[in-house]
Design a protein around this ligand. Structure first.
Ligand code: PLP
Length: 437
């Protein structure tokens, strides 16, 4: 038997991609697609950048691989130097890996290693209901997507979860919209106390919950209240910026919207914009110094990869030079306004939310009761398929921040999207929604 690819779309035939430019992709039959999802909210600087390709080729020609414990590289030193001042972390140290899940695993180990180095045997990491932090065992254990976790529960150890800020179905309706942040912080504090504060190593959360939960922007009092609770109990804050980092939400990092200074931060996706599988675990100087003094035993064959650093550096230069973080904020306002103008009255559109170029439409069977569609209707998936038929690529998800299942259409186009293309995305999506629902 000949070899075959283990498909990620079992039962569906996929077009063969032939090329990409900016926000556009082309298949081998010559069809054009407008990529409103950047793949899985990955591609920030746009497809087909010769500049990034050249940086990768130059580094690979010079030297592609050395072990991270044997050599430093100019590319990686230069990358850390340029990225450092942009990170919302004090005296940041950057541990480059191959993707978001590896970055999360690294941060979880760093959090425990930090406490052990200080003589405290803390192991519990608190995540949030509905959250997604990756598919490896550690990342899945702190995630809150029951459907993804269920088959692997015997491997996931003790997981603790607290509430997610989900304005559309706020878990604290009596406080809504003022004071929810304090209630979420109270819930976190209760969980810390229930676990025993001396056991809790870290709290992990996305500053703005990404595609799995549908661009849930927390209330402004959320992050100050949550970080205050963590500080009170010596619990480290891990910001998962795998999706929100590198300009996606209209600031360099999602933390910047609220001045959050996490102890650990993880990033990936936009870091190398899909040109290289690059993830980053970032520590504060204090965490770095503490774990390094004690000795941090960890590593992957491909961590500290020079070609990855060259790709990341080239992407960073483009984001800065071309003002793409500001562009994300501006185009994001347009996208939000046009989605609302086009869809707010649709009987199956429950909520439209987001920031920068990360937006979501939550679909419901009934707007009054907010009852979701039945699972077997596969509503978001069918609408995304109808949009693809119209040449608009959307991301869809069945996540919900209260842990139940829902129907989400998620928008995360390359930050280079033009005003006319934003309108094309909205028109194509609206037509697909009307056709299917
Ligand atoms: N964290 C968040 C917030 C994500 O959205 C993802 C991926 O979608 C991950 C972690 C895992 O990243 P990766 O798929 O690169 O392992």
């Amino acid at each position: 038997m000949t070899g075959a690819v283990f498909s990620r779309a079992a039962g569906r035939d996929l077009p063969v991609v032939a090329g990409g430019r900016g926000t556009e992709l082309f298949d081998t039959s010559g069809r054009r697609y407008l990529d409103a999802a950047g793949g899985a909210i990955v591609v920030g600087i746009g497809h087909g950048s010769a500049e990034v390709a050249d940086a990768i080729a130059t580094q690979a020609r010079e030297v592609a691989y050395v072990h991270g414990s044997a050599f430093k590289s100019t590319a990686l030193e230069g990358y850390a130097e340029m990225l450092g001042p942009l990170l919302p972390v004090d005296d940041p140290y950057i541990y480059p890996v191959s993707g978001g899940s590896e970055a999360v695993e690294t941060a979880l180990k760093l959090a425990r290693a930090y406490h052990l180095a200080r003589g405290e045997d803390r192991s519990v990491v608190i995540g949030r209901t509905g959250a997604y932090h990756g598919n490896t065992r550690g990342a899945l254990s702190v995630s809150g997507r029951d459907g993804l976790r269920a088959p692997y529960l015997p491997w996931l150890g003790t997981a603790a979860h607290t509430t997610s800020p989900y304005e559309y179905r706020c878990p604290f309706p009596d406080s809504h919209p003022y004071g929810c942040g304090a209630r979420h912080a109270q819930a976190l504090e209760q969980e810390i106390v229930a676990q025993g504060p001396h056991n809790v190593a870290a709290f992990i959360a996305e500053p703005i919950a990404g595609a799995a939960l549908g661009a849930c922007v927390p209330p402004d009092d959320y992050w100050p209240a949550m970080t205050a609770v963590c500080r009170r109990y010596g619990v480290l804050v891990i910001a998962d910026e795998v999706m929100t980092g590198f300009g996606r939400t209209g600031r360099w990092f999602g933390c910047d919207h609220w001045g959050v200074r996490p102890d650990l931060l993880v990033a990936a996706k936009g870091a190398a914009s899909g040109y290289w599988p690059l993830g980053l675990a970032v520590t504060s100087g204090e965490v770095h110094d503490t774990v390094q003094r004690a000795g941090f035993v960890h590593g992957f064959t491909y961590s500290h990869h020079a070609v990855g650093a060259a790709a990341g550096l080239a992407v960073l230069k483009i984001l800065s030079r071309d003002g793409l973080v500001d562009a994300s904020a501006r185009r994001g306002e347009q996208l939000g306004a046009e989605l609302r103008a086009e869809l707010a009255d649709h009987p199956h559109v429950g909520d439209i939310r987001g920031r920068g170029l990360l937006w979501a439409v939550e679909l419901v069977a009934d707007r009054e009761t907010k009852v979701p569609f039945a699972r077997n209707e596969r509503m978001a998936e069918r609408i995304a398929a109808a949009a693809k038929d119209r040449g608009v690529l959307l991301y869809h998800s069945t996540g919900c921040a209260n842990g139940s299942e829902g129907d989400l259409l998620v928008f995360g186009p390359p930050l280079v999207i033009s005003p006319a293309e934003v309108t094309e995305v909205v028109t194509g999506t609206a037509a697909a929604i009307r056709e299917v629902s």
